[in-house]
Design a protein around this ligand. Structure first.
Ligand SMILES: [Zn+2]
Length: 368
């Protein structure tokens, strides 16, 4: 397998591109951010945008922010409230199979002085969509990921808040399409195409009524046009540095780490919302041959905090770790037997990259 010469991203990552020196698009973007992006000009754009919506009305919220209680969304909320002087409404979509530390972190964040609403879409519907997406696409987090987009827009329409600020624009940031690299705001179509991989949640209307799918469906085009919202990503306006977010959230917003390192990686402070994320990462590993650790070392290499040699050791040690301690929870959640569950993993394991040894998928490739 070919790997980026700077980070550990292999060629199997969807939409990855390497330059002549074998450097991937995420690493090139990291360099571009240091040398070419005019952050001052982008900050001015942010100020203009905030000016446009700040105190537009004496009692309504100025903007809507999806938050999880994790380092990144907490950081954005802090900056919008404290630095930009906005009055944001923070919205959390309750994830399935929550992790205690994630629940605590969200509460700690809210307690620091934020207006917040929790949306819990019908858990039975969520579970069915999650199971279907796990089986048919190998994406156990799909139901939640959809709702983090759709329910935010539903809330914006319901509460008449025409300014939505998401965190990072992940495609540009981690090596995907760079379509939105130069765009401060994006449209509904981009939201569907990029975040749902082109899947329209309307496909579930064959199972559930539109009422049941309320939080999974986008507002109608009419509602959307009437609201005419600005949809932005914080990472367009300020260099996205997760570690900086972590430090601020820890210092100012009560962020706690998990007691042990997270499964499949070496750090203990990222993606602590739901144990389904561990399954998501394990499936990513089986499908593409890179896991959570490969993602994390990329972030640390690009911020200049890790040598590639070190990263290679970590990836060999942790990538693709089987989420053993959560398997029972997964079986209960999906209402599956171990055999049915394994059959899904078997289906998605790339047989060119893995071989089954003693009932577990073992890599036939060596990261280098
Ligand atoms: Zn790279």
């Amino acid at each position: 397998m070919k790997y980026c010469t700077r980070c550990m991203m292999p060629e199997t990552r969807p939409r990855i591109v390497y330059n002549d020196q074998g450097v991937c698009n995420a690493c090139l973007w990291a360099e571009e951010k240091k040398t070419e992006v005019d952050w001052k000009a982008r900050w001015c754009e942010l100020e203009e945008l905030c000016d446009k919506y700040r105190s537009r009305n004496t009692y309504k919220f100025d903007c809507i922010l999806p938050v999880s209680g994790g380092k990144d969304s907490s950081y954005v909320a802090y900056m919008m409230k404290e630095k930009m002087g906005m009055h944001p409404l923070c919205v959390t979509l309750k994830p399935p199979l929550e992790i205690d530390v994630g629940v605590r972190n969200l509460q700690n964040f809210i307690n620091c002085g934020y207006d917040h609403i929790h949306i819990t879409p019908n858990p039975q519907v969520a579970r069915k969509i999650a199971k279907e997406a796990f089986i048919s696409q190998g994406q156990p987090l799909h139901a939640w990921i959809i709702s983090v987009q759709t329910a935010i827009f539903r809330s914006a329409v319901l509460l008449d808040i025409p300014f939505v600020m998401f965190g990072e624009e992940g495609e540009t940031e981690y090596g995907g399409t760079t379509k939105l690299k130069e765009e401060a705001c994006y449209g509904l179509e981009d939201s569907i195409n990029i975040y749902l991989s082109g899947l329209d949640p309307r496909k579930y209307t064959s199972w559930f009524s539109e009422k049941e799918l309320y939080w999974w469906l986008y507002p109608s085009m009419d509602e959307f046009r009437r609201l005419n919202p600005s949809i932005a990503h914080w990472s367009y306006f300020e260099n996205w540095e997760s570690y900086k977010h972590y430090l601020l959230a820890k210092e100012k917003l009560g962020l706690e780490e998990t007691p042990q390192r997270c499964i499949g990686t070496y750090n203990n402070f990222a993606q602590t919302d739901t144990t389904l994320y561990d399954l998501h990462c394990y499936l990513m590993y089986l499908k593409f041959g890179f896991g959570r650790c490969s993602q994390d070392v990329g972030i640390d290499i690009r911020r200049g905090a890790m040598m590639r040699r070190q990263a290679l050791t970590l990836v060999k040690k942790y990538d693709g770790e089987y989420p053993q301690s959560y398997i029972k929870d997964y079986l209960t959640y999906f209402d599956m037997t171990m055999k049915e569950f394994d059959a899904v993993l078997d289906h998605y394991a790339d047989k060119n990259l893995f071989k089954k040894i003693n009932g577990k998928w073992a890599p036939t490739f060596t990261p280098h």
